[in-house]
Design a binder for this molecule. Structure first.
Ligand SMILES: C[S@@+](CC[C@H](N)C(=O)[O-])C[C@H]1O[C@@H](n2cnc3c(N)ncnc32)[C@H](O)[C@@H]1O
Length: 496
């Protein structure tokens, strides 16, 4: 059975102050005493406790369970996205301490990652599981998931509000796990990997004998990674600034020269350095895909810019010079991009909302035709590389969606290729690990565009980093091979 970190004592909540802080505009002025000290505003007991998390305080299991049930129910029965469901529930649970909030998030995510496995085990361990009402089933699921993730079964049984339920079911979980192990591999794998059958088949096709390891790593909790905004200083300087805000436990990422792993979970958005644009939260795989663009300070197009994760990285590569065109069809995301760009001190970017498809979409691109040195197509995809962060996404995906993604990826790559100038580069990327959305899309494109050819990633990123990334002309990342989210990247050069 796989284990993830147990919910429990860990640092959290607002960071202790240390670095310079600006007061919120519009905040009431604090009264000062004769010695110039500001009066502390009065806090309720709960606010006070939340501001100073006490990692040794036992969790109030009844409150945690209730919040878990509401959030999990929101995902499983109301079809909410996991992060939204958690946010929705936790926003209302103002009495929960930060350690309890974290336990809720960890337990719900952990169950979503292992949902299919947990359902199988409970079905085998409890003959009448299906006859239980939805709440009781979910209580059982949460308890089984916690045991599966290494928590002490006695404590879990005691703390799970299982009154009136047959707790001996939990004792039968190891036997149910043995039944799972005894299944023929083709049946066992999708259940153990907790994936729909069609996705499990595709994982096996991509990863072969490593499929189980690949799926297992996808079911681990993702690390929290930030990218230093080099417009404000390099990674070492970021580390120093964070240390000045009392965030000491950070370590450089192994592959990206711009990344830091945050070794404790904390609310990064409340740090002054975040507000000053010193860093962005961005997975290391996403940073490596951004590095593939290698954007010169001339004319660059980020064709599917979204909320600008990579746009900001490209602006930093361009040292805030030249013209960076950020395009997307989603105004909400473009607005987020503009806000983030302001915070990051980026001023070489222009955003452009474009139509989805059809003659209007082509017309919107006419002024950029054949003029860009680099065009990044960070295409919408199945997101199979980011299951660590969006554990519920796998259950929403079906073969028809996948087909739709592939069709759109091919169309977008062909459309945005027209913006590349002779000698320029088209960079295609996804956060999918599936061949259909990656190599197959590139092959299809090359068969129809003989004026483009592949440039191996090691030639762009340098031999040393290239060697760490692995063989082959493309960027192919996955949690079990590189510790990053799953990403694909290809660099296609247009003939001069
Ligand atoms: C994978 S996301 C981009 C993520 C972004 N590059 C980042 O690093 O944060 C794909 C984006 O493609 C956009 N998109 C979908 N269809 C599009 C189209 N026809 N033209 C341009 N963008 C499109 C979506 O709105 C979404 O923001």
């Amino acid at each position: 059975m796989a284990t993830t970190r147990k919910p429990g004592p860990s640092r959290g909540g607002p960071p202790k102050s240390g670095g310079p802080r600006t007061s919120r505009p519009g905040a009431p002025k604090k009264r000062k005493d004769a010695g110039g000290r500001a009066d502390k505003p009065k806090m309720s007991r709960a606010q006070h406790e939340r501001a100073r998390p006490n990692p040794n305080r036992p969790l109030r299991e009844d409150l945690v369970l209730q919040a878990c049930l509401e959030a999990y129910g929101g995902v499983r029965r109301e079809g909410r996205l996991s992060d939204r469901a958690l946010e929705f529930v936790l926003r209302r649970k103002t009495l929960l301490y930060s350690t309890e909030r974290r336990a809720v998030a960890e337990r719900v995510y952990a169950l979503l990652r292992r949902q299919r496995t947990v359902d199988f085990l409970l079905d085998r361990a409890h003959r009448k599981f299906d006859a239980l009402d939805a709440t009781r089933q979910d209580v059982m699921r949460l308890a089984a998931s916690r045991i599966l993730h290494g928590e002490d079964p006695t404590y879990v049984a005691r703390s799970s509000g299982l009154t009136g339920l047959d707790v001996s079911v939990l004792d039968r979980l190891p036997d149910a796990a043995a039944e799972l192990d005894a299944l023929p591999e083709a049946k066992r794998f999708p259940i153990a990997a907790s994936m729909p059958d069609f996705l499990a088949d595709r994982f096996r096709a991509v990863f072969g004998k490593d499929a189980a390891r690949a799926a297992e790593a996808m079911n681990e909790r993702a690390p929290l990674i930030v990218r230093a905004n080099t417009l404000k200083g390099d990674r070492a300087q970021l580390q120093e600034r964070l240390a000045a805000e009392d965030v000491e436990s950070t370590k450089p990422t192994a592959l990206s020269p711009f990344g830091l792993v945050m070794e404790t979970r904390l609310n990064l958005f409340s740090l002054q350095d975040f507000k000053d644009g010193g860093f962005e939260i961005q997975d290391e795989g996403s940073q490596l895909l951004g590095m593939l663009v290698d954007a010169p300070p001339t004319r660059v197009v980020d064709a599917c810019a979204g909320a600008g994760g990579k746009t900001l990285q490209l602006a930093a590569q361009m040292k805030n010079r030249g013209d960076l065109h950020a395009l997307d069809v989603d105004e909400g995301r473009m607005e987020d991009l503009r806000k983030r760009a302001r915070r990051a001190g980026v001023h070489n970017v222009r955003t452009q909302l474009i139509p989805h498809e059809g003659p209007d979409a082509d017309a919107a691109l006419t002024p950029l035709k054949g003029l860009a040195d680099r065009v990044l197509v960070d295409a919408p995809c199945s997101g199979t590389g980011t299951f660590r962060r969006k554990p519920d996404a796998r259950y929403r995906l079906n073969p028809e969606d996948l087909e739709m993604h592939v069709g759109r990826q091919k169309a977008l790559l062909a459309r945005f290729a027209t913006l590349v100038k002779p000698g320029g580069r088209l960079i295609y990327g996804t956060c999918s690990v599936l061949r259909e959305e990656n190599e197959d899309v590139v092959e299809d494109f090359l068969s129809k565009h003989p004026d483009f050819s592949v440039r191996p990633v090691a030639e762009v990123l340098g031999a040393e980093l290239g060697a760490k990334l692995g063989k082959g002309p493309f960027l192919r990342l996955a949690p079990h091979t590189h510790g990053t989210d799953g990403f694909f990247g290809a660099v296609l050069v247009k003939a001069k």
